[in-house]
Ligand binder design. Structure first.
Ligand code: BEZ
Ligand code: FE
Length: 302
């Protein structure tokens, strides 16, 4: 058939996609086309509106460079990043929950051992915090030598990658052979997601919700265990209920306790008083993560 109408067009595209050799690509593209067509029909999309949409997506792409990832930001504010995280990480009971990666992870941060000082070279001061804990398996056994990739915004809520400077408040911290890790940093503060691009314009025109509650990012990895991409949020933060990217989980909210003890401060090389966050990460064994995807693939539309 060469002549298509609003009623036959979707099936025509889907029929053509039936030739796709990769079954997963066929499933994803077929579903995408069905949903895109249904969306256009549901809102009665005008040509002017779709052209605005194309201009918006073009601007999102043009805003991206090696430091700025506007498409990740778009996915985050639409809740799609958290949807994909939820679909792919059915956290077993007791395991540290996963949340969004966000656009500010960077490879190549400096490697540190137990007791690292991530404040070194920081261009702004904050409240000093000693972060310590263990990396554990689900049955509570310490996992030796796990790697913790840590990053957070500076005191002004801006990430180092958003500026011209060097890496700041980030590092790859190695746990010791007893599974213990520790480092000094500054207490994170809440911040606005970048609002100077097309995603910011979209937020201003829609929800207005652009704040992220204070958090530290961590990616925790160890051989034989599922890597977890997660955050530790700050208890009491005013933005925990309105996170711009829907990434808060109750299990990821940590208490920053004030310590006023010259002896303890001296022992840890911290000023007195200081804050302390005690936080354990619990990793699930490798090999259980893809169960749901496999089930979904076997239900594939053919
Ligand atoms: C972040 O936590 O770094 C982040 C996540 C999503 C959007 C913007 C920032
Ligand atoms: Fe962040």
């Amino acid at each position: 058939m060469r002549q298509h109408t609003e009623d036959t067009l979707t099936d025509a595209v889907v029929a053509r996609l039936a030739k796709t050799r990769d079954p997963r690509l066929k499933q994803v593209m077929t579903s995408l086309v069905r949903h895109l067509h249904a969306f256009a029909r549901e809102v009665n999309l005008t040509e002017e509106e779709w052209f605005e949409g194309i201009k918006f997506l073009t601007a999102v792409g043009q805003k991206c460079d090696d430091k700025r990832q506007e498409f990740i930001l778009l996915s985050d504010v639409l809740g799609l990043s958290m949807m994909v995280v939820s679909l792919n990480h059915e956290t077993p009971p007791g395991a540290t929950e996963a949340t969004v990666l966000g656009p500010f992870f960077a490879h190549g941060a400096k490697e540190h051992g137990y007791g690292a000082d991530l404040r070194q070279g920081a261009t702004q001061k904050g409240e000093d915090v000693w972060v310590s804990g263990k990396v554990l398996s689900l049955d509570g056994r310490p996992i030796p030598n796990a790697a913790l990739d840590i990053w957070q915004a500076k005191a002004d809520g801006i990430y180092d990658l958003q500026t011209e400077g060097e890496f700041e408040l980030r590092g790859r911290v190695r746990a010791n052979d007893k599974g213990e890790y520790a480092f000094a940093s500054y207490k994170p503060s809440f911040y606005s997601i970048p609002m100077d691009g097309p995603v910011g314009e979209l937020i201003r025109a829609t929800t207005g919700d652009h704040m992220r509650p204070a958090h530290m990012h961590a990616i925790v990895s160890a051989p034989g265990y599922q890597q977890v991409i997660t955050h530790v949020f700050v208890e009491g933060d005013p933005h925990l209920d309105g996170d711009a990217v829907y990434a808060v989980k109750d299990s990821l909210v940590g208490k920053y306790r004030k310590v006023d003890s010259p002896g303890e401060a001296k022992k840890l090389g911290m000023p007195n008083p200081f804050l302390r966050l005690e936080w354990d990460f619990r990793l699930a064994p490798a090999g259980e993560a893809k169960a749901r995807r496999k089930i979904a693939a076997s239900d594939a539309v053919t």
